[in-house]
Design a protein around this ligand. Structure first.
Ligand SMILES: Cc1cc2nc3c(=O)[nH]c(=O)nc-3n(C[C@H](O)[C@H](O)[C@H](O)COP(=O)(O)OP(=O)(O)OC[C@H]3O[C@@H](n4cnc5c(N)ncnc54)[C@H](O)[C@@H]3O)c2cc1C
Length: 270
């Protein structure tokens, strides 16, 4: 499909939507991004991201943004400590920050700023929460919460797991697997929770056990961001999947690098 002369609307200004907007603009496309946040400073941006060579890093390379990426990445997040539920250290995993197979870390806020600054002024329309979308001939009409509407030739849903645009292409809805993560921030953590800060060794930690997990990471401003995860509801698939490997695949407390974590912590997650 040619994008020439087409009005392209991207819903969602997360890493996916902004990267796509940048790549399309580099090819001369007419792109607008509609984001529900009120501004770029609207909220804490969450955990740091490790970017992989075949996905996040490849996209930034294509977008010509490797220089600002390396200027802003977190070289100090080079360790991931694994503990059991009592804080007993099980394994210190060294992250590969350079060379083949590298997975360098960057905070979401600076990554978002890099992407935003790479776009033409006025590309992102803040405070635009998509409520619904409808096909209208060859076009798509986007209805926003402020009762405003926009017509686009191409609409792309980058609005996360609960995408409002997805309903236009499939009735499939996200499925709750029974595990909830709560995101929390402890300001000035070095002083307020020195034991936790020291246990992290200045980097990141995952504690596992008793069907619960805590993932913690230090922030450049001295705060500590953590996710407390717990299985709050037995998921539907688990009832038929039984115990052991299949049960963890269906309801895994930590989907991120589960296999490697399991090897490291042995019986702690069984
Ligand atoms: C705890 C945790 C740790 C992770 N760690 C890593 C990691 O280390 N490395 C990695 O590669 N990935 C990691 N991920 C996954 C990563 O966060 C996602 O892959 C990534 O955020 C997806 O980007 P996205 O732009 O598609 O969606 P999102 O980041 O979900 O962004 C969606 C955007 O759309 C906006 N939006 C939502 N609804 C609407 C609406 N109705 N109207 C307008 N705007 C809307 C939101 O405000 C948001 O800005 C992690 C995820 C979690 C939860």
């Amino acid at each position: 499909m040619s994008i020439e002369g087409k009005k392209i609307a991207i819903v969602g200004g997360g890493p996916g939507g902004l990267t796509l907007a940048r790549l399309l603009q580099m090819r001369g496309a007419d792109v607008a991004v509609y984001e529900r946040d009120h501004s770029r400073e609207a909220r804490v941006q969450g955990s740091a991201l490790d970017l992989h060579e075949d996905s996040g890093l490849a996209a930034l390379e294509e977008a010509g943004l490797m220089e600002p990426f390396w200027a802003n990445h977190r070289s100090d997040l080079d360790r991931l400590r694994l503990t059991d539920k009592n804080g007993t250290i099980l394994h210190d995993h060294m992250r590969q920050m350079s060379g083949a197979g590298k997975r360098p870390e960057i905070e979401r806020g600076p990554l978002r700023d890099i992407l935003l600054d790479s776009l033409a002024p006025g590309t992102v329309h803040w405070n635009r929460r998509l409520e619904s979308a409808a096909a209208h001939g060859d076009q798509v009409v986007l209805h926003f919460a402020d009762a405003d509407s926009v017509v686009a030739d191409i609409a792309i849903g980058c609005d996360g797991a609960n995408s409002r645009l997805r309903a236009l292409v499939t009735p499939v809805r996200p499925e709750y697997v029974g595990v909830t993560l709560v995101e929390c921030v402890v300001p000035a953590a070095k002083d307020t929770v020195p034991e936790a800060w020291n246990l992290l060794g200045g980097a990141a930690l995952i504690a596992l056990g008793s069907e619960r997990t805590i993932g913690m990471g230090t922030k450049p401003d001295g705060s500590l961001l953590f996710y407390a995860g717990s299985e709050v509801q037995r998921c539907r698939r688990q009832k038929t999947a039984g115990r052991g490997r299949h049960r963890r695949q269906a309801c895994g407390l930590v989907s991120y690098e589960l296999r490697r974590l399991e090897q490291a912590v042995g019986a702690a997650v069984r």
